[in-house]
Design a binder for this molecule. Structure first.
Ligand SMILES: Nc1ncnc2c1ncn2[C@@H]1O[C@H](COP(=O)(O)OP(=O)(O)OP(=O)(O)O)[C@@H](O)[C@H]1O
Ligand SMILES: [Mg+2]
Length: 214
């Protein structure tokens, strides 16, 4: 297991018998019911503020799905502060930003990982126009292509407070999960984030209370 994985906490993969891994498996099961009942395939992992645990939660859910034998794509749409290439120790010279700029399709940018069934599209080099790239037909087409090839697509996003990117992306997804950092994120910020998400077409399928605040 790599140093980064330990450092960034790929808990489900690191220690499958831990309580944390069990939590991620249960979270996966909860999402799965929505996925199965309503045909949802693309799930945005969102949060009100930066640092609440979106990227950690995304990678852990993705690993939990892959370990359950599902074909999973993890898509890093945080083009401003990407994390998945670090978590999975993958090169970030190509990824979502290059695909959306017309340099390569899904097959060219999806990378295999140490986990069977799990592929990751890293964010790619930070572009000058992240919102514009995400708010494009190319982004919708990439998500459609991903839905055809994978059982589930987990979408890591920018925090809602940081930019409009998260809403742009979530609105192209079937469902959204709101990550809330317990004891730190203020209730009104959570409510606002939920209202913002709910004002779009995406269905908020659940919330995750992540780690204790300090
Ligand atoms: N449950 C947890 N227990 C311990 N550490 C955690 C947990 N969840 C996240 N962290 C740590 O908190 C930091 C922020 O987490 P993460 O990068 O997942 O948040 P984020 O919401 O994606 O942040 P950003 O808004 O910057 O993208 C990271 O260093 C991560 O390792
Ligand atoms: Mg993140």
């Amino acid at each position: 297991m790599s140093r980064w994985m330990r450092k960034r906490g790929l808990i489900a993969a690191d220690n499958p018998k831990s309580a944390a891994a069990d939590t991620y498996r249960r979270l996966k099961t909860g999402i799965e019911w929505s996925v199965r009942d309503e045909g949802m395939k693309t799930i945005a992992i969102a949060s009100a503020e930066p640092g609440e645990g979106k990227s950690t939660t995304s990678s852990n859910i993705a690993v939990a799905y892959a370990k359950a034998g599902r074909r999973v794509l993890l898509l890093d749409t945080d083009l401003r502060k990407p994390a998945q290439h670090q978590i999975f120790e993958l090169p970030n010279d190509t990824g979502l930003s290059t695909a959306l700029a017309g340099r390569g399709g899904l097959d060219q940018v999806a990378r295999r990982t140490a986990y069977a069934n799990l592929q990751v599209v890293c964010a790619g080099p930070t572009p000058s126009n992240p919102s514009e790239l995400l708010d494009s037909d190319a982004m919708s087409a990439l998500l459609e292509a991903a839905k055809e090839r994978f059982d589930i697509v987990i979408v890591d996003t920018t925090s809602i407070a940081a930019a409009s990117d998260a809403m742009i992306v979530a609105d192209k997804c079937d469902g959204a999960v709101l990550v809330i950092r317990r004891g730190k994120t203020k209730l009104d910020a959570v409510q606002k984030a939920k209202d913002t998400l709910s004002s779009g077409r995406v269905r908020v399928v659940g919330a995750v209370f992540n780690r204790r605040g300090r």
